[in-house]
Design a binder for this molecule. Structure first.
Ligand code: HEM
Length: 461
């Protein structure tokens, strides 16, 4: 691994191709499918093995060659130079077909305007308005469990995060029935988008039951969001949600139609936030609960602090600085189980990285999982140890669950706060117990949820 002295842009090689150093291919590629089987069979083991073969390592996913950046500084260099290492290539093309050209998938040339227009909804002063939706949703869901009940953790965390995102976006403007419909359709759409990203376009056009269900969910979702956007346009009162900020945002660097988001663009961005933000945060909560189930002492310490900070009240924005134990659990869960586990970039023009020539069109990949489990960066990297964050801030090179640079996650703070408040709410009501010693395998999906995780909840009082 390279020296940690000069992270970021200083390591970026000028776009003069250097004398091409050899990039080794990871072992174990099979004919036709390449490394796809290894990646799907055991993504954690496969990704962790890649740094053994170099700072840049070639893998093959079917017909596609991807060069993985295994070195943290090269990864950051790639991420902060988003003009050269842009979002593109077959994975993003398919994701765009499925989810549009919103902030997550758009190429660099469309990005800055969209980002300037969406950013105001995620500035720090907006969060006190969003936190009641987060805590109340967690209480409504966890409050309905019965002592001794065995819960399906993944399903419930997805429902919790989707519901609270819908509430935080539209504030009080959507009915419980509409929220339920949006959550159902989002569940189908999230799974469908991942499937479509990895399968050829022709397969996506066949009217299989899965594709029909997906198309129906997508069009109903878009219609529901469209209708809500139109209703808000007519009444531009700021009720405190994300939507009014998107509708009012102005871009000082543009004039005319481009100075604000059109209704269609607002709809696209709202859908993007739901798709980018709900399952990712649910994934983090599910793994956090699993790890707390494995470590009852840690869970008790978390409960003790949570109970002493909250008493009988629901967690609110002002409690956040005191909920340090929950904050460390969330930070550590994001280190060990970063939801966005495999992401790509395409080289826009001939360049070099780490002394290796990369022609335009080369596809690069990065994985926060791979970086954040490197033993040089994190002693005992496979141990869930929230105490490693005591008095310490995450390092911007070694800790990248939200990416880096201009394309860094817009919802990073939203996700962290939502996870901290949801966890605090659940932990103050219930003790979580594993029902088996079996380590859950990750379900390979857009995120890596702990497959089939079920836990028993026991009353606190
Ligand atoms: C634990 C939860 C989350 C994780 C781990 C996560 C992770 C990420 C990562 C890694 C990226 C960068 C992708 C890349 O480099 O290609 C990203 C981008 C993005 N995320 Fe998140 N995310 C989370 C939650 C959210 C939430 C809650 C929202 C919205 C409310 C959101 C909205 C976005 C958007 C809009 C982008 C694109 C930003 C841009 O390109 O300007 N994410 N996210």
């Amino acid at each position: 691994m390279r020296s940690r002295k000069a992270p970021g842009a200083s390591r970026f090689d000028q776009p003069v191709p250097a004398a091409g150093r050899e990039i080794r291919q990871a072992p174990g590629a099979l004919p036709v499918v390449g490394h796809a089987v290894a990646l799907v069979r055991d993504p954690f083991a496969f990704l962790s093995s890649l740094p053994d073969h170099g700072d840049l390592v070639r893998i093959r996913l079917g017909p596609q060659t991807v060069i993985m950046t295994c070195d943290p500084e090269l990864t950051r260099t790639m991420l902060v130079n988003d003009r050269i290492f842009d979002k593109g290539g077959p994975f993003y093309d398919r994701a765009r077909e499925a989810s549009g050209d919103g902030l997550v998938t758009c190429p660099h040339r469309l990005h800055r305007r969209q980002r300037r227009l969406c950013q105001p909804a995620f500035l720090p002063d907006r969060y006190p308005g969003y936190t009641p939706a987060m805590a109340e949703t967690a209480r409504d869901i966890a409050g309905a469990w019965r002592p001794g009940q065995i819960i399906d953790v993944n399903d419930l965390m997805v429902t919790m995060t989707m519901r609270s995102m819908v509430k935080a976006t539209f504030d009080t403007q959507v009915s419980p029935e509409m929220t339920r419909q949006i959550v159902d359709d989002l569940t189908v759409a999230t799974a469908g988008i991942y499937r479509r990203t990895i399968s050829p376009p022709v397969v996506n056009r066949i009217p299989t039951p899965g594709n029909v269900r997906y198309n129906r969910a997508q069009s109903r979702l878009r219609k529901l969001i469209d209708d809500t956007v139109s209703a808000h346009r007519a009444d531009l009162v700021d009720h405190g949600g994300i939507l009014p900020m998107l509708l009012r945002a102005q871009d000082p660097e543009n004039v005319g139609d481009l100075a604000a988001l059109s209704d269609a663009e607002v709809c696209e961005q709202v859908l993007t936030f739901f798709l980018a933000g709900a399952e990712t945060t649910a994934n983090l909560l599910a793994w956090a609960l699993y790890e707390l189930g494995r470590a009852p002492d840690l869970q008790e310490r978390l409960y003790t602090q949570t109970a002493s900070v909250l008493g009988d009240s629901l967690p609110a924005h002002e409690h956040l600085p005191m909920l340090t134990a929950a904050d460390h659990v969330v930070t550590e869960a994001l280190r060990m189980y970063p939801s966005a586990w495999f992401l790509t970039r395409t080289v826009e023009r001939d360049t070099s990285l780490g002394g290796v020539s990369l022609p335009a069109g080369t596809m690069l990949g990065y994985s926060a999982y791979m970086i954040q489990r490197r033993p040089e960066l994190y002693p005992s990297p496979d141990r869930f140890d929230p105490d490693r964050w005591e008095g310490k801030k995450p390092d911007r090179v070694a800790y990248i669950p939200f990416g880096a640079g201009a394309r860094k996650c817009l919802g990073d703070r939203f996700a962290h706060i939502q996870a901290t408040l949801s966890l605090s709410t659940m932990i103050s009501l219930w003790r979580f117990e594993l029902i088996t010693d079996r380590v859950p395998r990750p379900a390979v999906h857009a995120t890596l949820m702990p497959r089939g995780l079920r836990m028993r909840v026991l009353a606190r009082q």
